[in-house]
Design a protein around this ligand. Structure first.
Ligand SMILES: Nc1ncnc2c1ncn2[C@@H]1O[C@H](COP(=O)(O)OP(=O)(O)OP(=O)(O)O)[C@@H](O)[C@H]1O
Length: 255
């Protein structure tokens, strides 16, 4: 579904400058859940911005369903880490969620139904008339997820979406995401710093090294549906986590 081939990105006019992304190649299948791990500054956000058509690439290409991505594709939605900046404070929750649908040309009544359904999917069916600032951080992030879902994307890109919420809320959001991923049959590309989160969510984890390229691919064959207690207590969970931890440590030498 998504094909990234020999992608490189150099910021600024000097082609000899150090690239943020270099020779990055991977594919994502339809309905796959892929997590991306990598140390701070290795180029993960730059990669996502190139994939989303928000940043011009220096060389290589990104294809979504065989079409080269050259601007934000209509079938893609994004959820970023900073929910406080991603929601409009002067709009109600409902209007925040419905906002991108107007640009997609979705008829009003259909947009209203999609908004309500998405808010219910994230457990906020009764909060449509609230304003973002009346909600907790975790609830605001759920609104951002609802907005992405209401848009009915085929592919969802998420950049550390749960990094700024507490551990308990985070676990709830992970389970919510797995539930909606299965229910809406979407493809997810999820960037995180958290190894446990990557193993818990993914079908496959890619470890990036700077400048962003795939240093290691780990298949996660843990059974689904996953559960915070049984999945994290599964013997393979520890094995996968150790493998990824070794790859991410400065001395790691992934093949
Ligand atoms: N707009 C920009 N202009 C110039 N350089 C940039 C720009 N954005 C990022 N960079 C540089 O590109 C490199 C990769 O940054 P990027 O934010 O993509 O990494 P990251 O892996 O997402 O980091 P983090 O995990 O800390 O969010 C860094 O060296 C950064 O300084």
């Amino acid at each position: 579904m998504l094909e990234v081939a020999q992608l490189s990105k150099v910021y600024g006019p000097d082609p000899a400058a150090r690239p943020a992304v270099a020779d990055l190649t991977f594919d994502v299948a339809a309905r796959e859940f892929v997590c991306i791990l990598g140390s701070s500054g290795c180029g993960k956000t730059t990669m996502l911005r190139c994939l989303a058509g928000l940043e011009p690439v220096t060389s290589g290409h990104v294809r979504l369903r065989d079409e080269v991505v050259s601007g934000p594709p209509r079938e893609m939605a994004f959820v970023f880490q900073d929910y406080s900046r991603s929601l409009y404070p002067w709009m109600t929750v409902e209007r925040n969620v419905a906002f991108p649908l107007r640009y997609k040309g979705v008829p009003k009544q259909e947009a209203r139904a999609a908004t309500q359904e998405a808010l219910e999917a994230v457990g906020l069916g009764g909060r449509g008339r609230s304003y973002p600032w009346q909600l907790s951080g975790g609830m605001q992030q759920r609104v951002a997820i609802a907005r992405a879902l209401a848009y009915r994307p085929q592919i969802l890109l998420m950049d550390e979406p749960f990094a700024s919420v507490d551990a308990q809320t985070r676990a709830g959001l992970e389970d919510l995401l797995l539930d909606v991923w299965q229910r809406y049959e979407i493809t997810v590309l999820f960037v995180t710093h958290d190894i446990d989160e990557a193993v818990y969510l993914a079908d496959r984890v890619l470890v990036l090294r700077a400048p962003a390229h795939v240093a290691l691919t780990v298949e996660v064959d843990l059974p689904r549906p996953r559960n915070q207690l049984t999945t994290k207590g599964h013997p393979d969970f520890g094995r996968l986590r150790s493998e990824l931890l070794a790859a991410l440590s400065p001395a790691g030498t992934p093949q």
